[in-house]
Design a binder for this molecule. Structure first.
Ligand SMILES: NC(=O)C1=CN([C@@H]2O[C@H](COP(=O)(O)OP(=O)(O)OC[C@H]3O[C@@H](n4cnc5c(N)ncnc54)[C@H](O)[C@@H]3O)[C@@H](O)[C@H]2O)C=CC1
Ligand SMILES: NCC(=O)COP(=O)(O)O
Length: 321
């Protein structure tokens, strides 16, 4: 691993800038990319001109990215939306040209970026895939403090629930399984990953009486990929696949849609959950939570998930060499 990890500021009106200072406790060598004027006033920071420049002990290294407006806690400023997006793109430039080891992104408010700057993506995941050249990615949320671990990958991500049945195609599910399988080997060091596939419908369709996707194509797809040697189980009823003995049977779960995946991980390990984009040519992690507008500016945000995300980014970058 060469270079620091770049921690992007995310939504400056949220808890991100506060978490950046608190994350120094992680022991991970990272630099904050954002506007230092948005940091809490008691943050000890030093500006750096290059990502790996030294700073005094205990100081947050800051790669300055000036924003047009101050940040008011809990109230996103439309004038800052374009700069929030530009910070993400600048971090990707740094990691793509080898000047940073990985990126870790603090949360953005999707609505603020869409309304303030016409952001054309529903989240980091899709934007990063675009910045990396249009690669195929998947979003994984991984626990760090529960045993057996909970790792979930929603096949469809940020879309209205009514669109899910049409969007969940055999092609999408197959690509999600393959991306997850490869990432479990490369980034998580699991030689023969066991992957569970959730059904779409209650009780995985209850033999076709509550939906036919499982019978018509999910089970046949699983059978075909098992024939290639992938260790897959499913389709499983989603309501009974996340308690501890069930999780012991697999290393990662592919889910049909966002909340099917994120409710179990955020219930089991909200503080330790990490969001990882699988399939990128560089390492990207993020805390599992959002912008926390209700607590922004109060100094009470818990940095545990950001610290876990920085440590996971460091470990993944080290493993990739
Ligand atoms: N990677 C990203 O950029 C993500 C962005 N978001 C965005 O965040 C915004 C707000 O989403 P919400 O659903 O309200 O979720 P949220 O995670 O921001 O907040 C949910 C609840 O958890 C609390 N919370 C969150 N992080 C915390 C922390 N570190 N310490 C203590 N308490 C914490 C909040 O105060 C709130 O009560 C949305 O615009 C969403 O799109 C959400 C998830 C990830
Ligand atoms: N709910 C998870 C989430 O919103 C993460 O999105 P992303 O910005 O990491 O794509």
């Amino acid at each position: 691993m060469t270079g620091r990890i770049i921690l992007t500021c995310g939504e400056p009106a949220g808890i991100g800038p506060e978490l950046a200072g608190k994350a120094l406790a992680s022991g991970v060598d990272f630099a904050f990319l954002g506007d230092p004027a948005h940091l809490p006033p008691d943050t000890a920071w030093s500006e750096i001109q290059t990502p790996d420049a030294p700073v005094p002990a205990g100081h947050l290294p800051v790669l300055r990215h000036d924003f047009p407006a101050p940040a008011t806690p809990g109230r996103p400023e439309p004038a800052n939306a374009a700069a929030t997006i530009a910070v993400i793109a600048r971090a990707v430039d740094l990691v793509m040209c080898g000047r940073a080891a990985a990126i870790c992104t603090l949360p953005i408010n999707k609505q603020a970026l869409i309304e303030g700057a016409g952001f054309g993506y529903p989240g980091h995941t899709e934007y990063l895939a675009h910045l990396a050249g249009g690669v195929d990615v998947a979003m994984m949320l991984a626990s760090t403090t529960v045993t057996p671990p909970c790792r979930v990958v929603p096949a469809t991500i940020h879309m209205a629930l009514e669109r899910v049945p049409d969007a969940l195609t055999p092609d999408l599910l197959e690509r999600t399984i393959r991306i997850t399988h490869a990432a479990m080997i490369r980034d998580f060091g699991i030689a023969d990953p066991r992957i569970a596939i959730a059904g779409l419908n209650p009780h995985a369709g209850e033999g076709g009486t509550m939906g036919r996707q499982e019978i018509d194509w999910i089970a046949p797809l699983i059978l075909r990929l098992q024939g290639e040697g992938l260790t897959l189980i499913g389709p499983l009823p989603a309501d009974t696949m996340f308690h501890a003995p069930a999780r012991a049977r697999y290393d990662a779960a592919i889910c049909a849609y966002h909340d099917q995946a994120l409710i179990p991980i955020k219930t089991l390990d909200f503080a330790g959950g990490v969001n990882v984009t699988l399939g990128l040519p560089f390492v990207r992690t993020s805390p599992d939570h959002g912008t926390g507008f209700d607590i922004a500016g109060k100094g009470i945000a818990d940095p545990a998930s950001t610290i876990a995300a920085l440590r996971m980014a460091r470990d993944m970058a080290t493993a990739r060499g």
